[in-house]
Design a protein around this ligand. Structure first.
Ligand SMILES: Cc1cc2nc3c(=O)[nH]c(=O)nc-3n(C[C@H](O)[C@H](O)[C@H](O)COP(=O)(O)OP(=O)(O)OC[C@H]3O[C@@H](n4cnc5c(N)ncnc54)[C@H](O)[C@@H]3O)c2cc1C
Length: 479
């Protein structure tokens, strides 16, 4: 009997290895046609030059991997609500497989596609893949979703020891791609749609962005982080932006060029190898696991509370009298505020498409609490620039920084000068990204008192932190 034909739709899972829906599909049949669609209604994947670069290169590698296994990756562009049912019909697919997505737009889109496919008698099989634990399998008391990170982490960690199943041999698949019916303007076989897309990418930071596209590069990033023992010093190095002490896996996890299970399991294997003398290392591994769980937490929050996408979780923030001074916002965006740590960070973002986590918190606090601009302006700027720009993580990070999210601590204000003293004490990071300050003494830089002679066209601070902090607190008191 002929094996049923399957259409496999890649979304945020641009890999073959440990791809849960693909493993399931393959267990049913090897007559699989795979597709990626440049969704005209969902441009988050490619509407910035950095993410377009990451996506285009990851797709190219994915297409090559499919070809090596005797099949191919088809490219579509347009509306998946139309393309998926059309293609499924064209190739006579009996099943369509995909991994579940959690963003509000994606959930609604997928519902519509399921309905259309049902009318054609084609079955959809959806699988969880992007998360360690399915959102409907972990709850706080009274079966309510978690709103606080701490207890979420504890519960999730207790479930984690049972993980397995990612040990799928990536060269084990052999596909049987038999259809030749894919000659269509919106659909083509890894060829011209992707070529055109890649030709149009204009990302000047491709050589210096620390995140690297593709499945192979993601595995190398993970190996380097583990084998070079960066993971053992993570808890002490991770807050220093000049130390390169983090994994740079954020874009790989965002686009699914690596599986979150593989990343988590790498930490479990290390735990097994540790002896009692190395308990410090154990703490460092746990600190990294906690960061992976922040990613998980924000995804669960967005799944359960889709309204987060539109505005503050704490409704009182709807009434906050933001100043939204456009000139200040532009200066912040361009790294020209006159506050060295803020400007260095924004210049890192604009040049490389990536910014260190400590600096993301500093610049977010500065925009919201010093410049008194609505945090959504910063959220948008980050989404327009970050290579790892992800709705859940970015929204979570901004709401955390603005104090408008699901965080029990009500008001958190960072002093950018104190932060620089603590986390860039010899100004390596600042001087790297603001070369015009390279001759200024560290103490002047850290105290924000750069003498006019040394300034080299670098501007004075656009605001005074103490004054703005008082103003912000008084405005906050009103709400
Ligand atoms: C205002 C703001 C906006 C942010 N926007 C994004 C975003 O759009 N996309 C994104 O992936 N991360 C975002 N983060 C979280 C964090 O800054 C990045 O994940 C991290 O800097 C990526 O570097 P890394 O891969 O070397 O991380 P590592 O320190 O090696 O951490 C490992 C992984 O854990 C996850 N992670 C770490 N910290 C966080 C966190 N605080 N929240 C959620 N996940 C985390 C990431 O997937 C990361 O790759 C944001 C943080 C803030 C404060």
């Amino acid at each position: 009997m002929n094996k049923p034909r399957i259409l496999f739709w890649h979304r945020k899972d641009l890999r073959i290895f440990d791809n849960q829906a693909l493993i399931k599909a393959f267990s049913l049949s090897n007559a699989i046609t795979s597709i990626y669609i440049f969704d005209k209604n969902y441009s988050h994947d490619f509407n910035t030059s950095s993410r377009a670069w990451f996506l285009g290169n990851s797709l190219q590698e994915l297409g090559n991997n499919w070809e090596k296994m005797g099949s191919r990756l088809v490219m579509g562009e347009g509306d998946p609500v139309l393309i998926i049912p059309q293609l499924a019909k064209k190739i006579d697919a009996k099943f369509v497989f995909w991994n579940i997505s959690i963003e509000p737009y994606e959930i609604n889109r997928d519902l519509q596609i399921k309905k259309n496919l049902k009318e054609q008698n084609i079955q959809v099989i959806e699988t969880w893949d992007h998360l360690l634990v399915e959102p409907l399998k972990i709850f706080a008391g009274n079966n309510n979703p978690y709103k606080v990170y701490g207890p979420f982490y504890k519960n999730l960690k207790s479930k984690m020891n049972l993980l397995g199943s990612y040990e799928q041999d990536k060269v084990g698949f052999q596909f049987k791609d038999i259809d030749n019916k894919l000659k269509d303007k919106t659909i083509n076989s890894s060829g011209s749609v992707l070529e055109k897309f890649i030709k149009n990418i204009k990302f000047p930071g491709s050589n210096i962005c620390p995140c690297r596209p593709g499945e192979n590069a993601a595995e190398t990033l993970l190996e380097n982080f583990i084998n070079e023992k960066k993971i053992y010093s993570y808890s002490s190095a991770r807050d220093f932006p000049s130390h390169n002490g983090t994994s740079f896996l954020s874009a790989s996890l965002r686009f699914g060029t690596i599986s979150i299970r593989k990343v988590w399991n790498a930490t479990l294997n290390l735990n097994l190898d540790l002896d009692l003398e190395n308990q410090g290392n154990y703490l460092s591994i746990e600190t990294w696991q906690k960061e992976l769980v922040w990613r998980e937490f924000y995804q669960h929050c967005l799944f359960h509370f889709p309204e987060l996408e539109k505005g503050p979780y704490r409704k009182k923030w709807d009434h906050f009298p933001w100043r939204n001074n456009n000139e200040w916002f532009q200066r912040w965006s361009n790294g020209e505020t006159g506050v060295p740590i803020v400007d260095a960070a924004m210049r890192q973002l604009n040049s490389t498409g990536w910014m260190h986590n400590r600096c993301r918190m500093i610049v977010a606090s500065f925009l919201v609490k010093d410049l008194i601009c609505n945090w959504q302006m910063g959220e948008k700027k980050f989404m327009e620039t970050l290579v790892d720009g992800d709705l859940a993580a970015n929204n979570g990070g901004w709401q955390w920084s603005a104090s408008s999210g699901m965080d029990p601590k009500p008001l958190r204000i960072f002093n950018p000068y104190t932060q620089a003293k603590k986390f860039d004490p010899i100004c390596e990071y600042i001087k790297y990204w603001i070369p015009e300050l390279s001759k200024v003494s560290n103490s002047e830089l850290l105290n924000g008192e750069i003498s006019n002679l040394e300034k080299n066209n670098y501007s004075s601070p656009i605001v005074n932190h103490s004054i703005q902090q008082r103003l912000f607190k008084s405005l906050y008191a009103e709400i």
